[in-house]
Ligand binder design. Structure first.
Ligand code: HEC
Ligand code: HEC
Ligand code: HEC
Ligand code: HEC
Length: 422
């Protein structure tokens, strides 16, 4: 990355000198922003660069891949292959595409590439357009042009060149911070928050994507399953009350109807039965993931490099935790993560063991029809709770107390299952 920047700098100097110009001072000042002429123009993040060079430069830094003890995105350009790291996933997701291809997430600039390359989804012609919802600024253009109708098209028809970018969180006319997804507006209108008042929060920009969802079975629009509440139990109840959704499937081994949970960062952080300590003191996603920083000239701006905050604890954590020192912060953070990490993986293996045992019992007819029904109900519930914590990307940091509570409930359910199986 640094090398590329240096190269660009060197080339621009060559251009400046070759054309006989003096590098003028006013040339380095950002242009004044007066709004874009069209949403199409605003969907190209590079078009914002001249007005907001610092924010744009840090946005490009999301290309950097780093690895921490429990998190991060990868090392030496290598993505982290979950199926290799956690083989039990092949059992928990058996019969669903996540058992075929599953990598850890990385920076925003990769969002479109990673979606195009995934081995998990059908080819671009049959893949639903909805998959673009969390990957591209083009969604704002499509929504404006076609309304909800675009969701029912094919991915190939709607996909463009733009990854996640400025237009996803900023207004094209005045650059103010905003969110741009109708499905979030609809979810918020249900008014089911218990711990925080979401109104006016800067981190609703993150809630456009870092949330659990399923499709509306008729329109294929994303639906945030918040009709009852945002806790894991309330979301499970939402699935139970609805029809069978696109991300529910009959499990290959147990025959249970199970649902796939997706990255509920927003929900776990703010809305558990236990609220996280940091949410409780009023902090939002942006406080840790978008700290205030200064450029070479001493101008303060907001970092747009979304990555693990352990990369920049001086800007994000030392402000409050100076008494722990940088090392102490890492140590305590890894301390709370190790507890959740150990439990979520242990429970993953326990879930696999249970799944295989139910498979065997089905094959050999060693349980009655009622017993099998109860075992399948346990599978549905236990897997939903476990997945909610497992796919949440902070390895427990965002709300370790709630994570332990939820995983404890999974273990209780599995205990009941073993009393039936043995
Ligand atoms: C109090 C600080 C704090 C707040 C607030 C916070 N996070 Fe985090 N976040 C972290 C830490 C620490 C990690 C763990 C990083 C690691 O393990 O390297 C993390 C991890 C993540 C990751 C995985 C990144 C990676 O590279 O491992 C994502 C995605 C994420 N957070 C999104 C969010 C969202 C969305 C919100 C708001 C709902 C949020 N965070 C609120 C501190 C915070
Ligand atoms: C995921 C959402 C998101 C994206 C994408 C995003 N921003 Fe921001 N931006 C924010 C938030 C949130 C703030 C306000 C931070 C705060 O007030 O705590 C902000 C603040 C700003 C500001 C105000 C000045 C400052 O630094 O605080 C500017 C200018 C800005 N962003 C430009 C951009 C540009 C240019 C891009 C594209 C390269 C971009 N943003 C992409 C969320 C986003
Ligand atoms: C338009 C959808 C969208 C929005 C808005 C969004 N994210 Fe993301 N975010 C993603 C996707 C998708 C990925 C994974 C990309 C990949 O793996 O290719 C991701 C990845 C991340 C990562 C992991 C980066 C890494 O290097 O490991 C962090 C941290 C993160 N987002 C934080 C945030 C925060 C904080 C906000 C709000 C200010 C936010 N995101 C807003 C969709 C979004
Ligand atoms: C606005 C102030 C504030 C900021 C900023 C902040 N924290 Fe905290 N943090 C708290 C408070 C308050 C508590 C709960 C009381 C305590 O343990 O000191 C806490 C608790 C913690 C704990 C639990 C400690 C334990 O052993 O129980 C960890 C770990 C932690 N913070 C890590 C972080 C990290 C990592 C960051 C930066 C990404 C961060 N905090 C940013 C205020 C903050």
């Amino acid at each position: 990355m640094k090398k590329i920047l240096l190269l660009v700098l060197a080339l621009s100097l060559v251009v400046v000198f070759a054309s006989g110009c003096q590098p003028a001072d006013e040339g380095t000042e950002p242009r004044e922003f007066t709004g874009f002429d069209s949403l199409e123009e605003a969907a190209v993040s590079e078009a914002w660069q001249d007005y907001f060079p610092n924010q744009y430069a840090t946005y490009l830094e999301t290309a950097e891949m780093v690895r921490t003890t429990y998190g991060g995105s990868g090392e030496d350009g290598e993505k982290m292959d979950y199926l290799e790291m956690y083989p039990f996933l092949k059992s928990t997701y058996a019969g669903f595409p996540f058992s075929v291809s599953y990598y850890r997430s990385r920076g925003h600039v990769y969002s479109l590439t990673d979606t195009l390359e995934t081995g998990r989804l059908p080819d671009l012609e049959t893949r639903p357009a909805t998959c673009l919802s969390c990957k591209s600024t083009d969604v704002v253009v499509l929504q404006d042009k076609y309304g909800d109708e675009w969701y029912s098209r094919s991915f190939a028809e709607v996909v463009g060149d733009n990854a996640i970018g400025c237009l996803d969180c900023h207004d094209a006319n005045d650059a103010s911070v905003t969110y741009q997804r109708d499905y979030l507006t609809k979810a918020l209108e249900q008014n089911t928050f218990r711990n925080i008042n979401p109104e006016g929060r800067a981190d609703l920009t993150c809630a456009q994507c870092h949330v659990n969802y399923h499709f509306n079975p008729e329109t294929r629009e994303p639906v945030l399953p918040w009709s009852i509440g945002l806790t894991v139990e309330d979301q499970f109840e939402h699935y139970n009350q609805g029809p069978r959704y696109n991300d529910e499937w009959e499990h290959e081994i147990t025959g249970a109807l199970v649902a796939k949970v997706q990255h509920p960062e927003y929900e776990l952080y703010h809305e558990g039965q236990i609220q996280s300590v940091h949410s409780a003191i009023g902090m939002g996603c942006t406080d840790c993931h978008m700290p205030a920083v200064t450029d070479a000239d001493g101008n303060e701006f907001t970092s747009h490099r979304w990555t693990t905050p352990l990369e920049h604890i001086e800007d994000s954590c030392l402000t409050c935790h100076s008494d722990w020192g940088a090392e102490g912060i890492i140590e305590r953070t890894e301390g709370v993560q190790s507890g959740v990490y150990e439990q979520q993986n242990r429970v993953g293996y326990e879930l696999e063991e249970f799944i295989l045992a139910v498979g065997e019992a089905r094959e050999n007819d060693t349980v009655s029809a009622e017993e099998l029904e109860r075992l399948q109900a346990i599978h549905r519930e236990a897997q939903f709770y476990w997945d909610f914590i497992w796919v949440e990307n902070s390895n427990g940091f965002h709300n370790w107390e709630e994570a332990h509570r939820v995983l404890g409930n999974v273990e209780e359910l599995l205990e009941e299952a073993w009393s039936i199986l043995e």
